[in-house]
Ligand binder design. Structure first.
Ligand SMILES: CCCCCCCCCCCC(=O)SCCNC(=O)CCNC(=O)[C@H](O)C(C)(C)COP(=O)(O)OP(=O)(O)OC[C@H]1O[C@@H](n2cnc3c(N)ncnc32)[C@H](O)[C@@H]1OP(=O)(O)O
Length: 92
C-alpha cells in the first residue's frame, strides 16, 4: 500500500501547481485529506483537481484521487493556498 505522506505529496504538487497557474506564487496553508481506500503499490491513479473558489489572496482547490476508470475513490482533499510575495519567502 502507498504511504499517506507520499499520497499527500502527489496531491500537494498537483493542487499547488493548479493554484499557481490560477493565482501566481502561493504557499499551501491547509491540506485536508480524507483517505477512503488504500492505493495498491505500483498502481496507476487519476488525480482530478478543481477550483472551488477564489477569495482575495485565498485559492480553494479540491482534488480527488481515483482509479483510472474513476470507479474507485481513494482520497478526497480540500486545500487552501495563500498568494505570497517574494519577501514572504525571504522571511519578510
Ligand atoms: C508552474 C509550475 C509551478 C510548480 C509549483 C509547485 C507547487 C507546489 C506547491 C507546494 C507549496 C508548499 O508545499 S509550500 C510549503 C508548505 N507550506 C508552508 O510552509 C506554509 C507555512 N505558512 C505560511 O508561510 C503562512 O502561514 C502563509 C503564507 C500560508 C499565510 O501567512 P500570511 O500570508 O501571513 O497570511 P495570514 O495573514 O496569516 O492569513 C491570511 C488569511 O488566510 C487565512 N488563513 C491563513 N492560514 C490559514 C489556514 N491554515 N487555514 C485557514 N485559513 C487560513 C487567515 O485567516 C486570513 O484570513 P482573512 O482574515 O484574511 O479572511
Amino acid at each position: 500500500m502507498s504511504m499517506g505522506g507520499a499520497i499527500a505529496t502527489m496531491i500537494d504538487t498537483v493542487t499547488g501547481t493548479h493554484a499557481t497557474f490560477l493565482s501566481g506564487p502561493v504557499m499551501t496553508a491547509n491540506l485536508n485529506i480524507n483517505y477512503r481506500r488504500p492505493i495498491p503499490l505500483g498502481s496507476t491513479v487519476l488525480l482530478e483537481s478543481s477550483l472551488e473558489k477564489k477569495e482575495g489572496r485565498k485559492t480553494f482547490i479540491t482534488c480527488r484521487v481515483t482509479s483510472t476508470d474513476g470507479s474507485k475513490l481513494h482520497t478526497e482533499t480540500s486545500a487552501l493556498f495563500l498568494s505570497i510575495t517574494a519577501s514572504h519567502l525571504l522571511g519578510g
